[in-house]
Ligand binder design. Structure first.
Ligand code: ARG
Length: 457
């Protein structure tokens, strides 16, 4: 018990159960110990702890860390309010009365804010390196498919042909922005609250610059009130998880579509598919569906923390304890979805033969034909209309663009000549793209090389 002095009665068991955060703030065990270690060193540097006391505390903390890592110490949720009190109590068991000196000049308010920031920085680094691995898998797959034709869609209607590599690289771009968002969250967390006390600093000469250096933070938080009540870095983290999850969910939806009998574009590995308990023939893309499904919870976590924070007067309020579960849940959910997405992509089979035949002579090159007319000096609006008439003509005759002759084209507009037919050739459709950022295979190869270089740094 950290605060028994002025109380006559013990906390009611139901109140303890209601208020304990131990079941989830156990996640912060290592960060709490890390913070305590630095705090103790600083207390020694200003003469509050002797070198001997510091050694006792440091050894005790090291023992708790070892016990926790080996699983031999696991504090009881019915006994302790949170991980901070549990660690302090265990330290007391190990080293005796000296343990009572550790909390000098410290409140759980600056302690918890410090542990959360350490945890977030670690989580951001881990997530960023896993996003990077997923990007590498996508780029690897893309490098084999710069000429694999697929329909590009708008409104989920076939629009213009693209390559599978081009499609995959769109996700690599999204993931790059996701990394930036986690790096932004990390930078926001990179300030030290420790030494802010409960809300108003301390009368003891705590050296906050030393703890900042010991814990590897960029700088100490400037305002103690803000330091103990700020959870913006968690909101930034949750936002990064939400947007990242939204991207994975979009990819998951595509994987679901691509693996249907209607699309028949990919085959998922058995390792990442499930069967039906009733229909023996079924193979279902459950991992992709779950990624899509779990994204709702991740978005909810972000809204949940915003709602927790919105009415809070400065500074610390116990409501802030509710910041942890959404953060841990979003982290777990996003990270596992990311890992599974990587595995699905690495192991899926791509049916490269699926589309080229079908795209031959369909109307997906109509825009290219309109561009051809533009190069002949026809205003684009007029060119659009002429090609539209040609599409109508072909549809009425139930033929595709491949089977239209130059003579027929000339009946729609005399400007057409044999070179116009080249625009309707699907096998060279991608090569004809001229703009930077288009699916021209030469340009996509450049992009693949750009990413390979960037990601292998
Ligand atoms: N379990 C609390 C939290 O997560 C720790 C801080 C408690 N501070 C207090 N004054 N009751 O926010």
């Amino acid at each position: 018990m950290l605060w028994g002095g002025r109380f006559k009665d013990k906390l009611d068991q139901a109140a303890m159960k209601f208020s304990s955060s131990l079941s989830f703030d156990k996640n912060l065990t290592l960060e709490d110990i890390q913070g305590s270690r630095a705090h103790a060193k600083m207390l020694c540097s200003i003469g509050i702890l002797t070198a001997g006391e510091l050694a006792q505390i440091s050894n005790g903390l090291a023992q708790i860390e070892a016990e926790w890592s080996q699983g031999s110490w696991n504090p009881d949720e019915n006994v302790f309010e949170d991980i901070h009190s549990a660690i302090e109590a265990r330290l007391g068991e190990i080293i005796g009365a000296t343990a009572g000196k550790l909390h000098t000049g410290r409140s759980r308010n600056d302690q918890i804010a410090t542990a959360m920031r350490l945890w977030i920085m670690k989580a951001c680094r881990e997530v960023v390196s896993n996003i990077q691995l997923f990007q590498s898998s996508l780029v690897e797959l893309a490098s084999a498919h710069t000429r694999t034709l697929i329909p590009g869609y708008t409104h989920l209607q076939r629009a213009q042909p693209v390559s599978f590599a081009f499609h995959l690289l769109a996700y690599v771009e999204m993931l790059e922005r996701d990394k930036n968002r986690f790096e932004f969250a990390l930078a926001g967390a990179n300030k030290l609250p420790l030494g802010s006390g409960a809300l108003a600093g301390s009368t003891l000469p705590l050296d906050r610059h030393l703890t900042t250096e010991l814990l590897g933070f960029e700088e100490p938080c400037r305002n103690a009130l803000d330091a103990v009540s700020d959870r913006d870095f968690l909101l930034d983290f949750l936002n990064a998880c939400s947007t990242g999850m939204m991207h994975l969910s979009r990819l998951a939806e595509e994987i679901v579509l691509w693996s249907t009998s209607e699309w028949k574009f990919i085959r998922l590995s058995d390792k990442y598919s499930t069967g039906s308990s009733l229909m023996p023939q079924k193979k279902n893309p459950d991992m992709a569906e779950l990624t899509r499904g779990k994204s709702g919870r991740v978005f909810g976590n972000q809204v949940s923390l915003l709602a927790t924070l919105k009415g809070l007067p400065l500074s610390y309020n116990r409501d802030l304890q509710e910041d942890k579960e959404p953060v841990f849940d979003s982290y777990e959910t996003y990270l596992h979805s990311l890992l599974l997405a990587g595995k699905m992509v690495e192991t899926m089979e791509v049916n490269t033969a699926r589309f080229p035949g079908e795209l031959k002579g369909d109307f997906s090159l109509a825009t290219d034909l309109a561009d051809w007319l533009v190069m002949k000096g026809i205003p684009f609006r007029e060119a659009h209309k002429i090609v539209g008439e040609l599409v109508k003509y072909a549809e009425n005759k139930a033929v595709n663009f491949e089977n239209i002759s130059v003579e027929e084209m000339k009946t729609i507009n005399p400007v057409f000549d044999a070179s116009a037919l080249e625009c309707l050739n699907i096998s060279s459709a991608l090569e004809r793209k001229k703009t930077f950022g288009s699916p021209n295979p030469a340009l996509v190869e450049e992009q693949v090389n750009f990413w390979k270089k960037k990601l292998n740094r």
